[in-house]
Structures are given as structure tokens and as C-alpha cells.
Write a protein that binds this ligand. Sequence first.
Ligand SMILES: *Cc1c(COP(=O)(O)O)cnc(C)c1O
Length: 420
Amino acid sequence: MKERILLCLAHMSGKEMDFIKEAFADNWVVPMGPNVTGFEKDLEAFVNKREGLPALEKKVVCLSAGTAAVHLALIACGVGYGDEVLVQSFTFCASSHPITYLGATPVFIDSEKESWNMDPDLLEEAIKDRIAKTGKKPKAIIPVALYGMPYRIDRIMEIANRYEIPVIEDGAEGFGSNFNGQALGTFGEYGVLSFNGNKMITTSGGGALICPDADKAREILWYATQARESYPYYQHEAIGYNYRMSNICAGIGRGQMTIVDEHIAHHKHVQELYCELLKDVPGITMHTNPGAEYDSNFWLCTATLDPELRIKNQENAYKQVITGAVGGAAGVTHASTCATTDCQPNDNVEALRMALDSAGIESRPLWKPMHKQPVYRNAPAYTNGVSEALFKVGICLPAGPWVTDEHVRYIAEQIKANII
Ligand SMILES: *Cc1c(COP(=O)(O)O)cnc(C)c1O
């Protein structure tokens, strides 16, 4: 392969520039305007449709990032200093960091084996235990659709409703995923979407919050535009944020919405091809939809490696300190002085990652659970060992519109060639 095969790379429809040019022509180069409104309408139409049922009536507010969407959803749920929020531990830090921005404490919930997402039994155990220990109910519940896989939202909603705790769905990776024919992000009180450069669709950077109704959406919009009161001068009675999406970025989003269905279909096709090509390889298991209710967008395709599987060069895993950052953070990381931590993927996973890397293929470990992150060492956690075990055996493989059938065949061959 001449070109490097990346995990998930943005792919333009060609329509993006038309929307951007319009914004320039009309001098709408600000964080509002026709592209923002148009993109919100497109997103509403997309998330509100349901198989065989009347459409929902959710409202969408476009924001500068998915992280901003999590932050504002927490504020709208009344999360403040000293509160607790129940959040899936197995996730990217953007699900939990905004809790700390508010002076609240994340309480981490481990995953179930089937979906890899929030374990509903542990969730209920945690709710009861937090009430017993603190005398207060947690303020919100955040399940996360890892790699696009739906969480067990029917059970999570049943528990959340019983305890009257709002659910903020982190569907940042799950745009286009459904549970029982309904879009992720539309079951809970709020739903988070991300349009970062590597997500299902991109606005270069951006996000959105799915809101239950027009009033709630207006409130989010108000917080996202510095919480201004209606006076001829700037009058502030609450703390707001500068979180609105720019009209230029929204133009990219509108262009992306013209090909979103093709993108999703392609991710699913790539997943199927991996499954077919790797089905007879002992020690490698693709993560697939665990039941008929689940419809993952397969944002990234993921596999697990049997700990017994031997990979070439495994004895050299973790011998060198890595320079540069995971996730294309353009080298914006602190330098590490030690090549290992007390919780890391198994040597065979790291050896496979290195082997694929030398073959021009980007792969990546699964998210490291938040309850194993040093920065959260003091946060309460309700664990069952599932996310930690998955982190040690899992690997993310390239997916997305740039990944061709030929690429998938090449990746599968490289995986097989590196098994001893
Ligand atoms: C990408 C992502 C977000 C939001 O990210 P932004 O980069 O701020 O748009 C939130 N949660 C998860 C799980 C994500 O993967």
C-alpha cells in the first residue's frame, strides 16, 4: 500500500464549498446564520425519523464541540458544585471532564460484556449506594455509544425514570446508530453529537445537542451565547459560554449531510468485510451488534485479541517511549518518561498495533477506562472488571469512507501475517 490507511478520515461530498461560498457572499462569517439554522433543520430531520412510527419532535442546537454539548446539557440538568453525575467509565474523556468543569464529581459506571457500554445493573446499584452514602440523588446519567454501538437504552431509561434522574446520551460516536429503530440521542433528556474531524460526519470541529423541545433548546442557545438579557447593553444575570457553531463550519455540516447515509452504509459494509475475512482466524474476535435491537453505525470497527494469541515481536512491546500523541493531537502532549503504565493493553495488542503501523495501517487501543486514569483516582467507581479487561485485549481498526475493500483485505492479511 502506498497510502497510509487511517482510522477514520473526513471525506467531503463536494457540496461543502457551495454552502461556505454562500456564507461569504452573504457576509455571514459569524457564529450564527443560514447555514447554522439549515444544518440544525437537517439534523432534526435525521434524528427524528423512526422506523414505522411517527417522527419525534426533538430540537437540535449546533455548538462549537461535542464537549461543549456535554457541558451545557449538564448545566441544563442543574448540575453544580458538589453534585454527582453517573457516567460510563469506558469512554473518551469528553464524556466526564465537563462534570469537573462544574465542580461536580463523576461517579464511574463499568460496562456490560454485550454492548461494552454502561451496565444497567451496576447503574442501579450505584444509584442506591450513592443515595445511601451521600443522602442525595445523582443529578444525571451519561451512557456512551462506544464506537457507535448502542447502549442498553431501554433498561437505562427504565431505571432513570424510576429514580427520576435525567439521562444525557453521549452519542458523539453514535451518529446514525439506532436502538429499536430510533436514533441514539433521542431517548434521554439530551443527546450529544460530535462533528470533530474524525467522527461520522465532520464540520472540522463542532457538535450539537439534541433537546427535548423548543424551550429547552432556547435555554441551551442562551447559555451558548454568553447568557445575555434583553437590554440595549450587555446585562448578565448568569454565567454563559461562547459555544455556538460558526456559520462556516455549519456550511461544511450541510454538505456532509448530503452524504451521511452513504457514509454510514460504508462503515457497516467495512465492518461486514472484516467479520467475513477474520471469522476463521483463531484468537481474533470482531465486536458485532449483540442483538436485534442494536444497529451500530460502526464508526470504528473493533476487535479483541485472545491473551494467548502470539504476535510477532511481542517481546519488544512497550520497550520504547512513544513520542507524539494518540488520536492525531498534532504532538500536543506532555513527553512521557516511561513506556508503561499500571494499566495498559496486553503485549500482543501493542505488538499488533506496531506491526500494522509499520505496514502503513493506523490502529489504536480501545478507550482507557476513566476509573483507571490517574486524574480520576479519587472519583467513586462501580466496577465489574469488564472495561478494564476489554481495554487490555481490544483494538480499533480503520473504517470510514476512505477505507476500500482492498484496504480491508490488506489489513486482514497483515493481521494474519503477524500471528505466530
Ligand atoms: C468525540 C467525543 C465527544 C465530543 O468530542 P468533541 O471533540 O468535543 O466534539 C464526546 N464523547 C465521546 C465519547 C467522543 O468520542
